[in-house]
Design a protein around this ligand. Structure first.
Ligand SMILES: Cc1cc2nc3c(=O)[nH]c(=O)nc-3n(C[C@H](O)[C@H](O)[C@H](O)COP(=O)(O)O)c2cc1C
Length: 189
C-alpha cells in the first residue's frame, strides 16, 4: 500500500464559483491525489462534468446504485473512501441545510454521515448581501463547533457585478490547504 496516497472528495454546490471545479480537480490530479467529485444538481449548471477524467457523482447515481439489499449505499461508501472532504463552493442553501442536519441529496448525505475524526473543509461562496445576513455567521459558527474548518471568503467584484465579501477563496488557497492537510495525514500514518 502506498502510504502517501490520499483520497479527496470535493463536494460542489450551486454557486457560480463551481466554474472553478475543473481547475481545482486538475491541480489536485497534478499532485497525484485521488479525487472524486460529488455535486448537487444545481452545481452541474456551472461546469461540464463530462470534461473531467474522474468520477463526478450526483444524487441520481446514489439512487441508481441501490436496488436491493446488499447493493452499495453510495454516500456511505464515499464517506469511507475519502480521507479529506472539501465542500467548495458551499452555497447559502447547502450551508443552511448542513447546519440544520438536512440530508436530502447525495452531497448532504455524505456530509451528514461524515466521520468527525476526519478533516472537513468548507469554502463558502455567495453574494455579499447573502454573506452579510446574520444567518450566515450563525450557521458557519455551528459548522465550526463540529470541527469543520472554514476556508474564508475573499472580497472582489462578484460575477453579478457587485463588489464585496462573499467570493470563494482562490483555487490556489484551497489546493494549498489540501496539500498541507495531506502532509499532516501522511506524517501521522
Ligand atoms: C447564476 C446563478 C448563480 C448563483 N450563485 C450563487 C452563489 O454564488 N452562492 C449562493 O449561495 N447561491 C447562488 N445561487 C443560488 C443557488 O444556485 C440556489 O440557492 C440553489 O438552490 C442551490 O442549490 P444547491 O445548494 O442544492 O446546489 C446562484 C444562482 C444562479 C441562478
Amino acid at each position: 500500500m502506498d502510504n502517501k496516497k490520499i483520497n479527496v472528495l470535493i463536494c460542489c454546490t450551486g454557486s457560480v464559483a463551481a466554474l472553478k471545479i475543473p481547475e481545482i480537480v486538475a491541480r489536485l490530479l497534478q499532485e497525484k491525489i485521488e479525487v472524486k467529485v460529488v455535486t448537487t444538481d444545481r452545481a452541474l449548471h456551472f461546469f461540464d462534468s463530462s470534461t473531467l477524467s474522474i468520477p463526478v457523482l450526483t444524487d441520481a447515481d446514489e439512487w441508481k446504485a441501490w436496488t436491493k439489499r446488499g447493493d452499495p449505499v453510495l454516500h456511505i461508501d464515499l464517506r469511507k473512501w475519502a480521507d479529506i472532504l472539501v465542500i467548495a463552493p458551499l452555497d447559502a442553501n447547502t450551508l443552511a441545510k448542513i447546519s440544520n442536519g438536512i440530508c436530502d441529496n447525495l452531497l448532504t448525505c455524505v456530509v451528514r454521515a461524515w466521520d468527525l475524526k476526519k478533516p472537513l473543509f468548507f469554502a463558502p461562496a455567495m453574494n455579499t448581501y447573502m454573506w452579510e445576513h446574520p444567518l450566515t455567521y450563525e450557521q458557519i459558527e455551528k459548522l465550526e463547533s463540529w470541527g469543520y474548518r472554514e476556508i474564508p471568503v475573499v472580497e472582489k467584484t462578484l460575477v453579478c457585478g457587485d463588489k464585496g465579501a462573499g467570493a470563494m477563496a482562490e483555487v490556489s488557497t484551497i489546493v494549498e490547504i489540501i496539500l498541507e492537510e495531506r502532509g499532516r495525514l501522511v506524517t501521522d500514518r
